[in-house]
Ligand binder design. Structure first.
Ligand SMILES: C[S@@+](CC[C@H](N)C(=O)[O-])C[C@H]1O[C@@H](n2cnc3c(N)ncnc32)[C@H](O)[C@@H]1O
Length: 191
């Protein structure tokens, strides 16, 4: 279905379904998408924010050019401190939505994979706290392993409202959920 409708990933539908429920792109202008390759979410956000908006995608892997005027991409590692400078060069001081669909390269060893994934999600949380406007939205994928509860607690400590979502478009039996968080309690100076 994703290919037929011109989206680069089936993940695009997960984002659309979540937005239909929460409307996090309503009125949004500036969006950061972390772990953005191959670019399905970027396509969805590009449509949602319109010509005056801007979405910046970051990924370790280069994102093939999308031919969309309101999309910029950065090739880089979100775990690398200097990436924040690059992001800040493109986005204003205060961002409306931070998205993270970050997944590590899957090793097949569940414990290893979920630890790595939580590390990535933890970095996404810090980035969101440094960049989001107070009533902005943070949407993050999380693998539901042994570290999940602790991570959920961290997100709840950072945001007043946190929803746990399993999009219909997720593969059946997959151990991933998305947290949709809003109302930052306190902004971080740096991540
Ligand atoms: C599930 S894919 C994202 C799919 C995307 N939302 C879409 O719709 O096309 C997860 C991405 O996270 C990226 N990733 C993993 N570790 C990363 C890191 N440390 N920094 C930046 N990107 C990373 C991977 O390269 C991969 O492209």
């Amino acid at each position: 279905m994703a290919k037929e409708e011109g989206y680069r990933s089936r993940a695009a539908y997960k984002l659309k379904q979540m937005d239909e429920r929460f409307h996090f792109f309503r009125g949004a202008r500036y969006v950061l998408d972390i772990g953005a390759a191959p670019g399905g979410w970027l396509q969805v956000v590009s449509e949602a924010v319109g010509e005056d908006g801007l979405v910046v995608g970051v990924d370790l892997r280069p994102i093939e050019y999308l031919e969309l005027g309101n999309v910029e991409t950065i090739v880089g590692d979100i775990l690398d401190e200097e990436i924040m400078d690059e992001i800040r060069e493109l986005l204003p001081g205060s961002v409306d939505v931070v998205l993270s669909d970050l997944s590590p390269n899957i090793s097949g060893v569940w414990d290893v994979d979920q630890f790595r994934q939580i590390d990535l999600a933890t970095m996404a949380l810090k980035v969101s706290q440094a960049l989001l406007r107070r009533d902005g939205w943070f949407v993050v994928k999380v693998f539901m392993g042994s570290e999940y509860e602790a991570y959920l607690k961290e997100v709840k400590a950072a945001y007043r409202k946190v929803n746990i979502v399993k999009p219909m478009a997720s593969r059946k039996g997959s151990a991933e959920v998305y947290l949709v968080a809003r109302y930052l309690r306190r902004r971080r100076r740096a991540r």
